[in-house]
Design a protein around this ligand. Structure first.
Ligand code: NAP
Length: 538
């Protein structure tokens, strides 16, 4: 007997930037029957969940958006250089409405299992709401930073105050007025949240495990003439960011910083510093990520800025990063972060200088043998990045092999798009693709377009499945590691290396270069044009 039709052609997991466009593309371009499952109660993904005070985009708004809808690029008006979370969520709601996306989305539903059936060559997807549906394709659009990391610090159960993780903040917000607040963590999230919380709280204690190099965001309203000029050349901008290294209108200075005079580099550093945003990180001298000596010059510049801004020399010393190269952890953008430590109601507790966190007590946090009282604890402790959200899906592929077993020593994928043994399962912005090392919407659109083209190819060639070969996968994994091992990146205990999660394999998670997102796009396109080299189509 012929197999009955699957319930859907494709299941998309997640309704953030990537899931929304994936649905649009599969449904409206290819005419497929698609269902999106989303744990939140509306679209937005990361911008739905991350509602902490100060949450805003770190990429310039004019390129942190979809480019597939060219009309919308012209119509949408961003209020600032880096819009706040509610504004980005409004934008995504608008896109959902404009493209009638919600009719194919089921909200408040978390996918709990994804299983491949060898006999029917279909996937069965189960959810926490009791759905069990079948589909030919599954696209994981789960985001790279969506599996929160709540560290197992003893004593939290006994804490008498309230506590929150920044990635799951209450919708109604939290009133910090007259409260003693403790923030754990000093990553990009905390750097945004700390100045806002300090402004409201009676007392703020910041628990720092590793100091970060922060550079100024320089947020503000964008000159209407600049906005107009950008709109007039959007076609060119889109081409530039797609072929760039990191998905921005930025490029490295094609010179070694070691070949510059002190005056020359000071002028360049000042220029990037004044420009704000990621220029200092992603458009610095070309050897900044490769040479410890070159990197030191950039780091020294930031150190001088910290010492100049932070009035108490002991606090400044604690805020100066040590033991890893500049730029090898994700660059946090500073809007009054360093100045916040000049306020009388703010205390910095550094794990090295003051002692690490030992326990959460009934009334606060104990670190280095001293108790710091708190009414509210905010965990700005990040995520089990990139692999965490995929592992949480409980995927089993051919022969019942579990993704979590296949990845026990770190992720293995081909192009960051597919995993050998898991046919017709696509991982948008997955590990070993540029993903988090790029301006996300650029990488998201590239992956969505590639997956749509691939599925269109399968459909038009009468193929049922596509699957990465183990050989191609091994070559890709080796290539990803070879490239990153030429840089300073592996030296940092970053979440890029999985180092923030106890027990996680120390493996570089995204893909870096050698020609950035532009070169990666070219590679993916060549693979497709060559008849999907490295994949088996059956
Ligand atoms: P994160 O960068 O992983 O920072 C987490 C912080 O918590 C770090 O300071 C970490 O210290 C600390 N921490 C973790 N476990 C701890 C423990 N057991 N005890 C004490 N401290 C602990 O997380 P995040 O700040 O949420 O940022 C994650 C990523 O989200 C960013 O890197 C960025 O890609 C993205 N993000 C984007 C935006 C934006 O564009 N709008 C804004 C915010 C975040 P260590 O450094 O020692 O691990």
């Amino acid at each position: 007997m012929a197999n009955p039709q699957p319930d859907f052609d494709a299941i998309v997991i997640g309704a953030g930037f990537s899931g929304m466009y994936m649905l649009k593309s599969l449904r409206d371009r290819l005419g497929l029957k698609v269902r999106v499952y989303e744990a939140g109660d509306t679209v937005g993904g990361t911008w739905y969940w991350n509602r902490y005070p100060g949450a805003r985009c770190d990429s310039d708004s004019y390129i942190y958006c979809y480019t597939f809808d060219r009309q919308l690029l012209q119509e949408w008006q961003w209020s600032e250089r880096y819009p706040e979370q509610p504004e980005i969520l409004r934008y995504l709601e608008h896109v959902a409405q404009r493209h009638d996306l919600k009719r194919d989305m089921q909200f408040g539903t978390r996918v709990t299992g994804v299983r491949f059936d060898d006999a029917t060559e279909r996937w069965t997807v189960g959810t926490d709401r009791g759905d069990t549906v079948t589909a030919r394709y599954v696209i994981a659009a789960v985001g790279s930073l969506s599996d929160s990391n709540l560290p197992a610090i003893k004593g939290l159960d006994h804490f008498k105050g309230r506590w929150y993780h920044t990635s799951q903040f209450p919708k109604e917000g939290v009133d910090f007025t007259n409260k003693r607040v403790a923030v754990i963590g000093t990553g990009a999230t905390a750097v945004q949240a700390i100045p806002e919380i300090a402004y409201q709280a009676k007392q703020l204690t910041v628990f720092q495990r590793t100091a970060n190099y922060c550079v100024p965001a320089r947020n503000g309203h964008v000159d209407p003439d600049v906005v107009k000029a950008r709109k007039a050349r959007y076609g060119e901008i889109v081409d530039t960011i797609r072929s760039s290294f990191f998905g921005f209108e930025l490029a490295f200075i094609p010179k070694s910083v070691l070949e510059t005079t002190p005056e020359e580099r000071e002028k360049e550093f000042d220029r990037m510093w004044d420009e704000g945003g990621f220029a200092f990180w992603l458009a610095n001298y070309q050897d900044m990520f490769f040479s410890a000596e070159a990197n030191r010059l950039c780091a020294d510049y930031i150190e001088r800025k910290i010492r100049k801004t932070v009035k108490n020399p002991a606090t400044a010393e604690k805020l100066i990063p040590k033991g890893y190269a500049y730029g090898t952890k994700r660059q946090p953008l500073d809007s009054h972060y360093y100045e916040t430590f000049n306020l009388d109601n703010v205390t910095l507790v550094d794990a090295k200088a003051d002692g690490p966190i030992e326990a959460i007590t009934e009334h606060g946090i104990r670190a280095g043998g001293k108790e710091y009282p708190a009414d509210i604890i905010v965990f700005a402790t990040g995520f089990d990045a990139m692999t965490g959200p995929l592992k949480a899906l409980n995927v089993s592929g051919r022969g019942g092999a579990r993704l979590n077993d296949a990845w026990k020593d770190g992720p293995r994928s081909y192009l960051g798009l597919m995993v050998a043994g898991f046919p017709n399962l696509f991982t948008l912005t997955g590990p070993q693709s540029p993903s988090v090392l790029s301006n996300m919407p650029v990488s998201i659109e590239q992956h969505v377009d590639w997956v749509s083209d691939c599925i269109a190819h399968l459909e038009s060639h009468g193929k049922k499945t596509i699957e990465a070969t183990p050989d191609a996968q091994e070559r890709w994994v080796a290539h990803v590691n070879e490239i990153v091992n030429m840089t300073l990146m592996p030296g940092a205990n970053s979440w890029y290396m999985g180092a923030n999660i106890p027990g996680k394999p120390r493996v570089f998670l995204p893909y870096l270069g050698p020609e950035g997102v532009g070169g990666y796009r070219k590679k993916c396109d060549e693979v497709a044009a060559g008849g999907y080299e490295g994949f088996v189509l059956a």
